[in-house]
Design a protein around this ligand. Structure first.
Ligand code: ATP
Length: 323
């Protein structure tokens, strides 16, 4: 599971894409995609339908040949000559786990261990079943399993080869929140064991919970960073103030405060202060409100979610296209 010590020692990234592009005839699936993923990182790849996420996974996974650009996968340049060795070092869990429904869980895993020509198949299958908490379901046919359990068998299949880099394409697609939560916990467990994970998802809360960094993708990579970094980069910092009654003279109370650039009142009556320095602005605002005899209900920094960041970027793209 853990990347080979020599790869770590060389300080190579687990995954690098530089100007990677894939076209199908006149249609561009993705273009000029560049990013780098560190060993042991969980890297989220977010984007709307048709953004090129699955095609990127298939290209990095050596199933498609790029039209332009270059990449390094699990320490090896992505070339036709390296295809076999790259496939030995990685695993891809596609959106649909691709199991033989008439075979049992263990039979499926044995079949794939044979297909991948893996040594010590029996131990690997036991380890993979343990990793996804399915030891006691090993003899059940996959047909009899729920979608969530089949997804876990798919994950066990991907883990058979002890991959250095694991590509998870929409791993919780179609799962209910409880089943999705189980998959999240399993992904957390893999991260703790040092597996590098490249995760495509539509679920922004999932990316926020699981990923060290995310790339927001819409044919090309629009933004890469930690979720909190992206929030800061895209949104001005602000403070939200709720009072029991509207302020009689808000301009007098809120303008000119230390660390505050401007203020406005939102439709629900909250005062939103755009701030340059929250450490100065929050106490200054609290003092001013007390001095004005206002009944202060709450004063807190505005919380933007990764979903806000995503929608802001994707909306900008839609606007640009319709202009
Ligand atoms: N084999 C193919 N031949 C032609 N076009 C393709 C092929 N595979 C993908 N495409 C096109 O490439 C674009 C990107 O598709 P891709 O499936 O990678 O997007 P995605 O971000 O994974 O979308 P979704 O979230 O809906 O799965 C789409 O316009 C798609 O129609």
């Amino acid at each position: 599971m853990v990347p080979s010590p020599d790869a770590r020692a060389r300080g190579t990234a687990a995954l690098v894409a530089e100007g990677l592009t894939k076209r199908f005839g006149a249609r561009t699936a993705f273009e000029e995609v560049s990013f780098s993923v560190d060993h042991g990182e969980v890297f989220g790849f977010l984007g709307p339908n048709g953004a090129g996420k699955t095609t990127t996974v298939r290209t990095l996974g050596t199933l498609l040949t790029p039209s332009a650009g270059s990449a390094t996968v699990a320490g090896l340049p992505l070339t036709a000559d390296n295809g076999v060795e790259i496939r030995r070092r990685i695993a891809i869990m596609p959106e649909s786990p691709g199991l033989y429904l008439r075979l049992s869980v263990a039979e499926n895993l044995a079949f794939f261990a044979g297909l991948y020509e893996l040594p010590d198949a029996r131990e690997r299958i036991t380890r993979a079943l343990r990793a996804v908490n399915l030891v006691d379901r090993a003899d059940e046919t996959c047909r009899s399993l729920s979608k969530g359990l089949r997804q876990r068998v798919g994950l066990a299949r991907a883990l058979l080869s002890d991959p250095q880099v694991l590509f998870l394409d929409e791993p919780t697609s179609g799962l209910d929140p409880v089943a999705a939560g189980v998959v999240h916990d399993l992904i957390d467990g893999l991260r703790k064991r040092g597996v590098t994970i490249f995760l495509t998802t539509h679920r922004l809360a999932e990316a926020e919970r699981l990923c060290d960094r995310v790339a927001i993708m819409n044919t090309t990579v629009r933004l890469v960073g930690r979720p909190d970094e992206l929030r800061e980069r895209l949104f001005a910092r602000s403070l939200e103030i709720k009072t029991r009654e509207p302020l009689a003279d808000p301009e007098r109370v809120l303008s000119g405060l230390a660390g505050v650039e401007s203020w406005q009142r939102s439709a629900d009556g909250t005062y939103v202060l755009t701030v340059t320095d929250p450490d100065l602005a929050a106490p200054a605002a609290a003092r001013a409100l007390v001095a004005a005899d206002a009944d202060l209900l709450s004063l807190s920094p505005s919380r933007h979610t990764l979903e806000d960041v995503y929608l802001q970027l994707i909306d900008t793209d839609v606007e640009a296209q319709t202009r």
